[in-house]
Design a protein around this ligand. Structure first.
Ligand SMILES: Cc1cc2nc3c(=O)[nH]c(=O)nc-3n(C[C@H](O)[C@H](O)[C@H](O)COP(=O)(O)O)c2cc1C
Length: 295
C-alpha cells in the first residue's frame, strides 16, 4: 500500500490521505477539529472510487476538481460532517449528482449499493428504517424496525405477530418503509404490499439471534399494556426456566414480514436544494418504469 498525504487549505481541518492498492484507490478523510463536534465514526471516512484511477496523480486530479465545489469550512450552509460526506461520495453525490438511470437498472440492486455505502459510512444502525402501517380505516402509525434481509423482490423485517403493527398489516397488508442516511444525504422510500415470511425463514433468523433476544421474544406481549417492569422481568425468568438450554423454539406469534415493493424512490441531496429524485414503479408486465421527480 502506497500512501500520499494531500493537504488542501480549503479542506482544513480535514486531512485527506490517498492510498493505492493494485488498481483500487481510496481516500481517508480524517478530521481534527476543536470547534466542530462530529461523532467519531464520522471522523474517519473511506471512499473507494469505482473508476479505479491507475495513478495517484489521476486520483489527486479528481480530488482537486472536487475541492472548489466544497464550501469553505467557515460556510454556515454546510456542516463539517456534510463536507466529509461530500468527500465520501467523491463527486458522485452532492457535488456532481448521480447519472440518469439507464432504464434497465433494477432498483433493488441500486438499493443494495446504497445500503452498502451506508454500512461503509460508519453510520449507527444503517439498517434502521421507519415502518408505516395503516388501519383498514386509513389511520396511519409509524415506528422504527430493523431491515434484516434484502431479497431480489422484498425487504424483510421481524416482529411479534400480535403487535399493533401486525394487527394493521394482517387487516391491511400495505406498508411504507423509509430509510434516511443523513451523512450521505440520502433517503429511500419504499411502498408495497406485505406478506408473512415463511416459517423456515423466520426460524433461520430467530435461531441466529442471541439467546437473550430469543427469550425476550417469548416474554414480550408486544404492544399490549404492561402493569410494571417487574411483571416483564417475571415473564423473562419464566421463559428462561422453560427453555434452559440453547434450544429456544420459535414462538408461534413471532416471525418475519416481507415488504414487496411497487414503488421505490431514491433521493440524493444536492446543493441549493436542487436534489436528485428517481422513482421506480412496477408496471403491469412486472417490469419497472423509472423517471425523475422535481425536488
Ligand atoms: C432502531 C430501532 C429498531 C427497532 N427494531 C425493531 C424490530 O426490528 N422489530 C420490532 O418488532 N420492533 C423494533 N423496534 C421497536 C419498534 O419501534 C416498536 O416499539 C415495536 O415494534 C412496537 O411497535 P407497534 O406497537 O407499533 O407494533 C425498534 C426500535 C428502534 C428504535
Amino acid at each position: 500500500m502506497r500512501s500520499n498525504h494531500l493537504s488542501y487549505r480549503s479542506l482544513e481541518p480535514c486531512k485527506v490521505t490517498l492510498a493505492l492498492r493494485g488498481s483500487t484507490a481510496a481516500i481517508f478523510a480524517t478530521a481534527r477539529s476543536d470547534n466542530v463536534v462530529v461523532a467519531p465514526h464520522v471522523l474517519r471516512l473511506r471512499a473507494e472510487t469505482p473508476r479505479n484511477p491507475r495513478t495517484a496523480e489521476g486520483f489527486a486530479a479528481r480530488l482537486r476538481a472536487l475541492v472548489p465545489l466544497l464550501p469553505h469550512p467557515s460556510s454556515p450552509t454546510m456542516s463539517f460532517s456534510s463536507r466529509l460526506r461530500a468527500l465520501w461520495t467523491f463527486g458522485r453525490g452532492v457535488a456532481l449528482g448521480l447519472p440518469d438511470p439507464t432504464g434497465d437498472e433494477n432498483p433493488m440492486e441500486l438499493f443494495e449499493r446504497w445500503f452498502a455505502d451506508a454500512r461503509r459510512s460508519g453510520l449507527f444502525l444503517p439498517e434502521a428504517m421507519c415502518l408505516s402501517t395503516c388501519t383498514p380505516e386509513g389511520a396511519p402509525s409509524s415506528r422504527m424496525v430493523l431491515l434484516k434481509g434484502v431479497e431480489p423482490e422484498a425487504f424483510v423485517f421481524y416482529t411479534n405477530f400480535e403487535s399493533r403493527k401486525a394487527g394493521d398489516l394482517e387487516a391491511n397488508p400495505q406498508a411504507a418503509l423509509l430509510f434516511h442516511w443523513g451523512v450521505l444525504e440520502r433517503q429511500v422510500r419504499v411502498e408495497g404490499r406485505v406478506e408473512r415470511a415463511s416459517e423456515e425463514t423466520s426460524f433461520a433468523y430467530f435461531s441466529s439471534r442471541p439467546r437473550g433476544s430469543r427469550i425476550g421474544a417469548w416474554a414480550s406481549k408486544q404492544s399490549r399494556a404492561l402493569n410494571s417492569r417487574e411483571e416483564l422481568e417475571a415473564r423473562v425468568r419464566e421463559a428462561d426456566a422453560r427453555y434452559p438450554g440453547d434450544d429456544v423454539p420459535l414462538p408461534p406469534f413471532w416471525g418475519g414480514y416481507r415488504v414487496v415493493p411497487s414503488r421505490i424512490e431514491f433521493w440524493q441531496g444536492r446543493a441549493s436544494r436542487l436534489h436528485d429524485r428517481w422513482v421506480w414503479q412496477r408496471v403491469e408486465d412486472g417490469n419497472w418504469s423509472v423517471g425523475r421527480l422535481y425536488p
